[in-house]
Every structure is written in C-alpha cells, then in structure tokens.
Design a protein around this ligand. Structure first.
Ligand code: ACO
Length: 444
C-alpha cells in the first residue's frame, strides 16, 4: 500500500529574483541574486558580496549559511521530514537493504535487481583488508577507544590502497568509494575484536551487509555463528538511519578536507574525528552514560531540573538538534527497533529502556523542552538497542561511523565532481591586537 507523501514546498528558481542590501552609512545599494532549490528555503547568493562591497558575511556555526549545492539528502526540520534522493526515511528503513541505500546515495536512483546484484558483487570483491593491515592494530593499546582505532586505521587505508587515490580519475574515485563501503564493516569489527582480545574473523560474502558485520563482530573461529534475522534487520535499519544527514559537522568536515583534494580515506578519517564528539556521533554513548547515571525513574526530575539550569553544564543528551525542531523521524523508528530487539532477546523489562521512555515522556511534557522544540534525536534510543545486541558503549560511535561512511563518501564524490568546486576557505572577523611593532627581547 502506498503511503501519502507529505506536501513539501517547492522553491524553483525565479528568473531574475534579487535581494537588495542597503548600506545606511552611505546609501550604497547592491543587488544579490536569489537561488531556488527543489525543497526548502531559497538562498541569497552572497558570493559576489566581498568583491563588490568589501564586506564579509558573519555566521559562525553556519546558522543561516548553505555551504554547498547537494542533491543527496533533504531535511525539513520543522516538520521532522528526512528524504534521501527524494525517498522518505521511513520507507527506506522499512523496506530497503543497506546496500540498496548505498547505491541510491551514490548514484541517485534505486538499483534494479541486476544492478543491485552487480553492486553487491563489486562490494564483496573488496571486503577483506590487506593481511599486513592487521598488524596496525597491534600498535594500539587494547583499552584504546574504538573511535581512536578507527581514525588511525581508516586513515591508514591510503597507505595500503594508494594504487587508486588519484582523485582526478573517475575510475579511481569509484574504486576508493567501493573499498570504503566494503572495508568499513571489516575494520569496525576488527576494532571491536581487538578490544576484546579475540581473533579477527574474515568477512563472509553472501551473508548480506548487516549479517556479515554481526558475524565478524560476535562470531569466534571455534564455532559457527548463526545470525538472528531480527538482529540483522535491526542493524540494517540502524545503518540505513545513519547513512546520511546532509551537511552535519562530520560531513562538512569530509567536504572541507576533500576540497583540498586530499585522498578519500584521509577525508573519511577526518569525518570520524568530527563525529566522535559528544555533541554529534558520540552522543549515543553519552546517552547511555547519562541514563546509567540517572539510574531510576524517581531521579528523573533532578536531571530535568539540572538540564534547565543555565548555571549547570548538564544537558539532556539525546535531546535537541540543530535542524529538527520536531521529533527526529529516526528516533521514532529506533524506538520501535528497541521494542523488537528487546523482545527477540527476552529483555522486555530492560530497565534502561523503561527509564528512557519515562524521561522522554516527562521532558516532552515540560515547558522548557516544548518552548525550545527539544525532542529526542537519533542518538536517544540507538545506544539502548546496540547495548542489548551486545555492543559495549565505546563501540556505539564506531557503529554510527560505519553507517555514515556512505553519506560521507557520496557527499565527497558530489563535491569533487561539482563543476564549480573550490577549496573551502572560510573568512573571519579579526578581533585580535591591532598592528604593533616587534619589541626586541631585552626591551620587553
Ligand atoms: N538539554 C537542555 N537544554 C538544551 C538541550 C539539551 N539537550 N539542547 C538545547 N538546549 C537549549 C539550549 O540551552 C538553548 O537554550 P536557550 O535558548 O535558553 O539558551 C536552546 O535549547 C537552543 O540550544 P542550542 O545549543 O542553541 O542549539 P544548537 O542547535 O546549537 O545545538 C545540539 C544542538 C548541540 C544538538 C544541542 O541540542 C545539544 O547539545 N544536545 C545534546 C547533545 C546531543 O544529543 N547531540 C546529538 C545531536 S544529533 C547528532 O549529531 C547525530
């Protein structure tokens, strides 16, 4: 049955539409062109501003600034809508295999059966890592954070696969893209296995992306690992929900790193570092830490009070989002996944999940959160699901990175292939000391 699609405004370019800026000090006026998009607000094209007026615009944190054109993902944060290449996230999460979504993000269309088979074979060709790559892991402490290991090992891919890092060659770009999609589950599982002191498992092609990853993460050579279809479906969904989210901090980092024509492995390693922070992909780990600290439902009011207190640095992690001023659609789906996974594992009474549900209920009934439009984001429920499956908290951000790799690499490819690609070079408002002469050491 086809679901009715939300009615989204279309903002087509209007021939000749302009905005006039007036400098009241001297009455000068300048016209700036206005550009339309498919959906979402129109944008004022400020590119000629500095050359024509000598002024910069000022927007730290990119509150009102579009940094690029992109045809990959659209978010309507006010209404809680997320589309990939035009398809609503709810439909992709319900029906699509993660590799289908990878194909969609990369090539702009859903694959036919034969295209998907061919893509699956191509990815399968690259799932193993160089044998010497394993030795890299031995350089890390066993108790290193898996994200630290991921940054180092993913960055090192350019040292192992330097045959195809000429980013001006479309074929080399595509091979690097396939390698990243294929090797990330292997590397992510290796980071986990290394932390446990268990042997690495080779990938098993043909199992499917999510099942292969689960087997590499939880299997051991001594016995056969039987993949639970419910857990495979939950991981598939988790990956689909994390696949892309337009110009977030880590994706913008990948684009900025790539704008200097750095190789894609180095760019994705940069994305992993940006993702690691607790305000971004590290939030899934921080949410579970917070829920453990709260401990029981009767202590929720204390933490709600702290979250509202401006003199207290505590914030309700997993709540709020720069773009969503409504329920994050991914959080709603992950909450359902929590129910499914916990039922499959016989953990229906999981206290952390009950605590999270109650915290959500209380927060969404509180004026502070209502007025500021603070709703659960993607990280609020994901950690509870991953923990139930058997991943330790420290692995959560690495799993986010595994899902987001396709978004990073699709956005990197789009940026490199854009006809007007330039190195990203923000400007600044200088607030330092005025010019002054150097004083020799003896005179200071
Ligand atoms: N708990 C309590 N208050 C909050 C929270 C929160 N989680 N989030 C925002 N607020 C308040 C702010 O104090 C501010 O209040 P004020 O207007 O009275 O000063 C107001 O809501 C607006 O918040 P900003 O920080 O200006 O919003 P911004 O868009 O810069 O931040 C962010 C978004 C970083 C996600 C923020 O909501 C936050 O810190 N959330 C908790 C961390 C988190 O869950 N991060 C994951 C984000 S999703 C992702 O990256 C995958």
């Amino acid at each position: 049955m086809k679901r009715a699609l939300p009615d989204l405004t279309i903002a087509p370019p209007v021939e000749g539409e302009k905005v006039t800026i007036v400098f009241h000090a001297d009455g000068r006026q300048y016209d700036l062109p206005v550009l339309g998009g498919t959906h979402g607000p129109k944008v004022i094209d400020v590119r000629p501003l500095y050359a024509e007026t000598g002024y910069f615009t000022y927007d730290p944190g990119f509150m009102s600034t579009a940094s690029c054109d992109s045809a990959i993902t659209f978010i309507d944060g006010e209404r809680g809508i997320l589309l990939h290449r035009g398809y609503p996230i709810e439909e992709l999460a319900a029906h699509a295999d993660f590799l289908e979504v990878c194909y969609l993000l990369l090539y702009g269309k859903l694959p036919t059966q034969s295209e998907l088979k061919q893509f699956d074979d191509l990815i399968g060709h690259h799932t193993m890592v160089h044998e010497q790559f394993k030795r890299l892991f031995e350089g890390f402490r066993r108790d290193a954070h898996p994200m630290a290991v991921m940054v180092g090992t993913v960055g090192a891919l350019s040292a192992f696969y330097h045959d195809k890092i000429d980013i001006t060659d479309p074929e080399a770009r595509m091979v690097a893209t396939h390698r990243l999609i294929a090797k990330m589950p292997t590397i992510c599982a290796m980071a986990f296995k290394y932390s446990l002191g268990q042997p690495f498992l080779y990938p098993r092609n043909g199992l499917g992306y999510a099942s292969n990853f689960l087997r590499m993460a939880f299997g051991i050579p001594a016995q056969e690992y039987v993949v639970s279809p419910v857990l495979a479906r939950a991981i598939n969904r988790f990956l689909v929900l994390h696949a892309d989210h337009e110009q977030n901090a880590s994706t913008a980092t990948v684009r900025i790193a790539g704008s200097s024509h750095a190789n894609p492995y180095a760019c994705v390693a940069a994305g992993i570092t940006a993702l690691w922070g607790p305000d971004h992909g590290g939030a899934n780990e921080a949410v579970v830490n917070m829920l453990e600290e709260i401990g029981s439902k009767d202590r929720i009011p204390i933490y709600i009070k702290r979250a509202k207190d401006k003199s207290d640095p505590f914030r309700l992690t997993g709540f709020g989002h720069r773009v969503y001023k409504n329920y994050d659609p991914r959080a709603a789906i992950l909450r359902e996944s929590c129910h499914e996974v916990l039922a499959e594992l016989g953990k229906n009474e999981e206290p952390l999940f009950a605590l999270a549900l109650e915290l959500e209920r209380i927060a969404l009934d509180d004026d502070y959160f209502v007025q500021r439009k603070l709703f659960p984001n993607v990280d609020f429920y994901s950690g509870i699901m991953l923990r139930a499956i058997g991943f330790p908290k420290a692995m959560f951000p690495s799993l986010f990175a595994l899902g987001r790799t396709i978004g990073w690499i699709a956005q990197w490819k789009e940026m490199i292939e854009a006809p007007d690609q330039h190195i990203a070079r923000p400007r600044q408002r200088y607030t330092g000391h005025p010019i002054r002469p150097y004083l020799p050491l003896a005179e200071r």
